[in-house]
Design a protein around this ligand. Structure first.
Ligand SMILES: *Cc1c(COP(=O)(O)O)cnc(C)c1O
Length: 331
């Protein structure tokens, strides 16, 4: 099940759905609007609402669009019961094994599962799911503990379909794969681990974020560049201005030195990122011209590296990619 929430991790949800529709059994999204957008675009795969219904009236809507809900609380389970049987969609059950964000308490899982079975058509085999809080950590203890809690909670149910693994679970915990895996970030070529880069897993980035040089100038030693004068030239410098800023999804908190690729060379970001522009030091590359294309992230630099230089994770940069940036599909 491919996670395509947050506009397909910024790639354009329908672009991703189209590319993966024959390779995956289902798509996972965060909310009803995302799911309806997929259905309206003609997506036929299973579509899971990871958080389940946000309101009673979403239950019947989910059925109308043939979506799969997730009962993550006793309240959501009650909404299913409050909806006419003919208007009930299929539904998973989510158990809180330690993330403490969503899910039914492990002790209540058997009763909740029986309740769910009673609400669904005879023969339904709802999937029991959970979510890992720390599968990206170097220390496996928390994840192994969550798996133990999960297995204990469902032990009395007999064989039921299960789903636990996010990207980090897929990559590091084969014993968590069960019936459905739910990878997100790895599908887009990112590494969920701060300690291991995507190349180590042969993951290739699916997004190449490009801009171009729109201005060039010589800045004498001692002059400052950009808002607040954060960066000051310590030699006579040549500065290129690119037409991308935080309004285009490039992180404002990127530090001086964050790599930007220009042609075959890597140039350091210098000065604060503005809303629509950023500046890089091209002193060592005299052949740079206005109109030259720059890669802000892609194969090089990797979005995880840019994120690290901005004190965040690649997930946030992808998910924050705004509409203003046109998505162009490569072959
Ligand atoms: C987003 C999400 C995933 C995917 O996580 P990645 O780290 O991107 O693989 C899986 N399961 C749930 C419940 C999620 O919210």
């Amino acid at each position: 099940m491919a996670c395509v929430k947050a506009d397909g991790y910024g790639h354009g949800m329908l672009n991703v759905a189209q590319a993966l529709t024959t390779s995956v059994d289902g798509f996972a999204v965060a909310c009803l609007d995302e799911a309806v957008e997929l259905r309206d675009a003609g997506v036929k795969n299973t579509i899971l609402l990871l958080e389940g219904a946000h309101h009673l009236n979403e239950v019947a809507m989910a059925a109308e669009y043939r979506l799969t809900l997730n009962a993550c609380s006793l309240e959501q389970l009650a909404w299913l019961g409050d909806t006419k049987a003919k208007d009930r969609p299929s539904c998973w059950l989510k158990i809180d094994t330690g993330m403490h964000r969503l899910g039914i308490a492990p002790a209540q899982a058997p009763v909740a599962y029986e309740t769910l079975l009673g609400l669904l058509p005879p023969g339904s085999k709802p999937v029991v799911s959970t979510h890992f809080a720390s599968a990206d950590s170097e220390d496996p203890e928390a994840t192994l503990n969550q798996l133990n809690v999960f297995d204990a909670a469902i032990a009395s149910l007999g064989p039921v379909p299960q789903s636990c693994a996010n990207s980090a679970g897929v990559m590091r915990y084969p014993q968590s794969h069960r019936s459905w895996v739910r990878p997100g970030y790895m599908l887009y070529g990112g590494s969920p681990f701060s300690t291991a880069d995507a190349a180590q897993f042969s993951l290739k980035p699916t997004m190449c974020f490009e801009s171009q040089v729109i201005a060039l100038r010589d800045v004498p030693s001692g002059e400052a560049v950009g808002y607040g004068g954060r960066w000051r030239a310590t030699r006579n410098s040549r500065i290129a201005t690119l037409a991308a800023g935080y309004g285009d999804g490039y992180p404002r908190l990127a530090s001086d030195g964050t790599p930007v690729q220009l042609g075959q060379t890597m140039c350091p970001l210098v000065g604060r990122v503005s809303m629509d522009m950023l500046t890089i030091d091209v002193t060592e590359h005299p052949n740079v011209n206005i109109g030259d294309r720059a890669t802000l992230w892609g194969e090089e630099p990797h979005v995880d590296a840019v994120a690290a230089a901005a004190g965040t994770i690649g997930y946030e940069l992808l998910a924050g990619m705004p509409r203003r940036v046109p998505r162009v599909l490569a072959d």
